[in-house]
Ligand binder design. Structure first.
Ligand code: DC
Length: 231
């Protein structure tokens, strides 16, 4: 950890556009980027590969604690993600993996096992942390906390567009159902439920373009973290 490195936390429900914003902000500010959802997805994938039941808290926790994962950052902020030495990016982004991640993320011991690994991303010159509990649990002293929201229909539409751009055909109705189910689990769980942190800026992005979201977040980062105005 480095107490001098500023932290921006970005929390919010599935499909709201946190990943796009965080990648853009990290790139723009030259900060590191923590994709905490990827750690839950990697844990779920590794558990499934070992044929573990996703409710097996002790078993999945052992997988999380020993996760052989690597984030290889490339120019432009994109990261190649490796599990047990092999690239798993596309597999990790499937809705099946997202749903499995949401189930293991409800287990308190799994969350505890991943806590320090997330804090290890906190390094100079700064960090943009993307997730569900970044501002409430992992980085409670962050200099800027953002909480993004958008209507469920708009989030399903954004996810659908993102998947079509990747050549993946998905039904808008199925996506909306999956997002609603994942949201309910992430919001209602006892361990670190999805909710805005105290002091968070809640941004309802339903009617905003991604450019507007990025500009608003950058303006807040400059003001709150005391960054140079020409960032
Ligand atoms: O952001 P994502 O879709 O990659 O996250 C996958 C799941 O992991 C999501 O349904 C909830 C869970 N998650 C979490 O509980 N806490 C985080 N900090 C990040 C993700």
């Amino acid at each position: 950890m480095n107490i001098l490195a500023p932290v921006i936390t970005v929390d919010g429900p599935s499909g709201v556009g946190k990943g796009t914003l965080c990648r853009w902000l990290a790139n723009r500010l030259g900060f590191h980027w923590l994709d905490s959802g990827a750690l839950y997805r990697l844990t779920a994938l590794a558990a499934l590969r070992r044929n573990l039941a996703l409710e097996n808290e002790a078993g999945v926790t052992a997988v999380a604690a020993g996760l052989a994962a690597e984030f290889v950052t490339e120019t432009g902020g994109a990261a190649r993600i490796l599990l047990d030495g092999a690239e798993v990016g596309p597999e990790l982004r499937t809705e099946t993996c997202g749903a499995a991640a949401s189930r293991v993320a409800a287990l308190p011991m799994v969350r505890a096992a991943l806590l320090q690994r997330q804090r290890d991303f906190w390094r100079l010159p700064g960090l943009v942390a993307d997730g569900r509990d970044m501002g409430t649990v992992v980085f409670p002293d962050a200099g800027l906390k953002l909480f993004l929201t958008a209507s469920a229909e708009e989030r399903a539409r954004r996810r659908h567009k993102q998947l079509s751009e990747q050549g993946v055909n998905a039904s808008l109705k199925d996506l909306a159902d999956e997002i609603a189910e994942r949201d309910a689990r992430d919001r209602q769980r006892a361990a670190a439920p999805l909710r805005p942190a105290v002091g968070a800026e809640v941004l309802d992005t339903t009617h905003w373009s991604i450019v507007e979201v990025c500009e608003r977040a950058l303006a807040l980062a400059i003001a709150r973290l005391g960054l140079p105005g020409n960032c």
